[in-house]
Write a protein that binds this ligand. Sequence first.
Ligand SMILES: *Cc1c(COP(=O)(O)O)cnc(C)c1O
Length: 352
Amino acid sequence: MRSFISNRQKNLEPYVPGQQLAGSFIKLNTNELAYPPSAKALEFGYNNLRPLNIYNDTECSLVKEKLAEIYDVETDEIIMGLGADEVLNFCFIAFMDEKSPVVFPDITYGFYKTFADINRVPYEEIPLKEDFTIDPKDYMSINKNIVITNPNAPTGFALDVSQIEEILKSNPDNVVIIDEAYVDFGGESCIPLIRKYDNLVVVHTFSKSRGMAGGRLGYAIACKGLIKDLNTIKNSMDPYNISSLTQAVALGILNDPEYLKESVEKTIEAREFFKDALRKLGFEVLDSKTNFVLAKSDKIDGKTLNIKLKEKGVLVRYFNVERIKQYNRISIGTKKDMQTVLEKIEEILKGE
Ligand SMILES: *Cc1c(COP(=O)(O)O)cnc(C)c1O
């Protein structure tokens, strides 16, 4: 087989997403919400769908107006992308290059490395502390762009907004991206800081708490200057990025705030239940503020547990990364899902 891949891209290591297997698996490997959008949200979307023979609204105006109302910002302080992933990539393209490198923690969302590589941005990984928390001191006056997931993944730990603010203050000439994919499950958002810091970008997604992973929608909130630059990139690559279908359903979801509230409450309740039960089985479980937990047991190797759970119909996420290779990241589904997982884990520990 010949390859025509360019020299520039030939060493690129693509991001490896969690498996998206169809079938009867209990799927706890990619941190989706266990609850699909409500009938009310879908019906709203269907009734407000823009005719598909005409192009979609490139500005996503209605969704932005609603988000602006929810987060108390203006529509030109928001940019929409095909998932948080596209927005993050826009940030790397817009603000970073060979001479403007980036730092992020050694244990964090794996896609940042790929965004850095494909955009030729040098990066440095800053080790989490021994206990897997971020030490804000490591980022003070670092004079490079910064990406921090808060709460972090796959550890689940969160920094306080005051700690993020210290990082922002000490790096006024670099862009600081705070990826708040999991913030609704117990973190504190730093969106209110965008008026004070013109170097802050806050990234959100509809894929986790808002239950629309398959619809692909994310956004960033930042000061107008940063959003203008991000729009330049978006409109040079993908002006029509968000389909009318996605916009309509997203608006339906935003118009049904009870759904978000209830799904988050149920998820947090299931998380706390699962954490306690897993600890009773002898697992070490990190104290998560998200919809997943990172856990290990000295009774079974991390990779083995992952494979055995899959054989029993449960998908969880294993990372072949030195510091966390004894762990699995288990997304929080319904309480019933979590009870089933616990039963399967008990069986596995008993050698069944
Ligand atoms: C899931 C996730 C994303 C990607 O979200 P999409 O909107 O599905 O692209 C980005 N960052 C983090 C930390 C995530 O966990």
